[in-house]
Structure formats: structure tokens, C-alpha cells
Design a binder for this molecule. Structure first.
Ligand code: C5P
Length: 232
């Protein structure tokens, strides 16, 4: 898979999601299904979006004991998504078990990527609540290296960290980056942001774009703009 723009479908119902996706009569966007939509509609929403011809990143961020994650991944592999994920904080044992569970009997599997530290966790929370004294950037890179050593395909990270992740984990190690904003769009709650154009030049393989597309007056135009800016 090459570079692409993934649209975060952060909707709470199938109805809203399909009303949004129906607007795309040309190029079918790569779609991210997160917890909100998945918990509202269940696995059927994944099958329906897939049947419409979209690639899917199922963003459920699994984190549990290795055996539980392995068994959950063995269920998710049947949904035939393109990318799914987990928390690197679950340890290399959990990540390796997840890969085993995700691999189908014929040896194929969706891409598996790891969340390193959530972008909502700031330096103070890292130190005072998670009791991690290592600075944020080093923690993120260390978790990314654990993911690579476990055989995962990449990480979710800030576009500002993508180049460094590639440097440490290899050029083929995927970087999937939220926190994308057009120069003229509202940042909202995202703090460390980058434009699609700059992300395209900064080692990001996939950019995840939500509100700048879903809340745009013309979502299809906003999507086309993101694709054009990102792919160059
Ligand atoms: O609307 P916006 O473009 O901010 O959407 C970004 C998407 O990426 C959301 O679905 C958000 O949950 C997700 N995400 C993120 N930061 C992370 C991990 C996921 O913004 N570290």
C-alpha cells in the first residue's frame, strides 16, 4: 500500500456515516472507523463500508493481556480490514500475541500498527500519573522500536515525529499521522498540527484527517484538496 489520506469517520450512527460517504461518487476514501462508530453499530458497519469499496483502518486500540488480545485479533481478522491497531504499552508479549491472532490460516493479515503515547497525554501526565521519567520523545521512539521488534508494520504518531520514527525503525516502518490541518482550518483540540502538504514531505505514509473534511462545507472538495496537497 502506498501513501494515502484516511478520513476519520467519527460519527455515532450508520445513518450519519452513509449520508457522509454517499457524497463521494468518485474516488472512494480510505476510511477510519473508531470506537464511537464501532461500538454504536458493531461489526456490521465494517462489512457495509467494505462492501461499498472503501479501504478500512479499524482504530480500536486494543490493550489487554496477551491471550485476550490474541483472541480478539483472531475475531477481527475475519472483518478483512486493511489496518488495525493496539497500544504499544501492552508490551512486546502482547504485540507478538496480537500478530499471531491476526494472521489468517493462509498467512495473510491486515497491517498492524501501534499507538505509542496518546497525543492527549502531556509531559506532566507522563511523569506524574504514568510515572515515566523518560522524556516524551524518547518514550515514543522506544515504544516504536518495541513495535518494530515485535514485527508490527508501523505506528500512529504525530506528523512531527514521523521522520524520526523512520530514522530509528527503518524507512519501511509505516507512520500513520493524525493532527492534520489545512493552513486555514480550525485546530480544534489538536495541538501539534501539520498541513497535508508538509506531512507529505515529512515521512508520513498515511495522514488521518477528521473534522477538516467531515465538518467542511464541501467535504468532497476538502478531501480532494487533502489528497492533492499530500500526494503532491
Ligand atoms: O478531527 P481530527 O482531524 O482531529 O481527527 C483525528 C482523528 O485521529 C480522530 O479520530 C482521533 O481520535 C484520531 N487520533 C488522534 N490522535 C491520536 C490517535 C488518534 O487524533 N494520537
Amino acid at each position: 500500500m502506498g501513501k494515502d489520506v484516511i478520513v476519520a469517520c467519527d460519527f455515532s450512527s450508520a445513518e450519519q456515516t452513509f449520508a457522509f460517504l454517499d457524497k463521494f461518487t468518485g474516488r472512494k476514501p480510505f476510511v477510519k472507523i473508531g470506537m464511537e462508530l464501532y461500538y454504536a453499530e458493531g461489526p456490521e458497519i465494517v462489512r457495509q463500508i467494505k462492501a461499498r469499496g472503501h479501504k478500512i483502518f479499524l482504530d480500536l486500540k486494543l490493550h489487554d493481556i496477551p491471550n485476550t488480545v490474541k483472541k480478539a485479533m483472531a475475531v477481527l481478522r475475519n472483518l478483512d480490514v486493511d489496518i488495525t491497531n493496539l497500544h504499544a504499552a501492552g508490551t512486546t508479549a502482547m504485540m507478538q500475541a496480537a500478530l499471531e491472532g491476526l494472521t489468517r490460516p493462509d498467512g495473510t493479515r491486515p497491517l498492524l500498527i501501534a499507538v505509542t503515547q496518546l497525543t492527549s497525554t502531556d509531559a506532566a501526565a507522563l511523569k506524574n500519573e504514568l510515572l515515566i521519567d523518560t522524556p516524551m520523545a524518547e518514550t515514543v521512539l522506544s515504544y516504536a522500536k518495541n513495535a518494530a521488534a515485535s514485527g508490527l508494520d508501523g505506528v500512529v504518531c504525530s506528523p512531527l515525529e514521523a521522520a524520526l520514527v523512520k530514522e530509528r525503525c527503518g524507512a519501511d516502518f509505516l507512520t500513520v499521522t493524525p493532527g492534520i490541518r489545512f493552513a486555514d482550518s480550525a485546530a480544534g483540540d489538536q495541538k501539534r498540527i501539520m498541513t497535508p502538504e508538509k506531512a507529505g514531505k515529512s515521512g508520513c505514509d498515511y495522514i488521518v484527517v477528521g473534522r477538516p473534511i467531515t465538518q467542511a462545507e464541501d467535504p468532497v472538495a476538502a478531501y480532494r484538496r487533502a489528497v492533492k496537497d499530500f500526494l503532491g
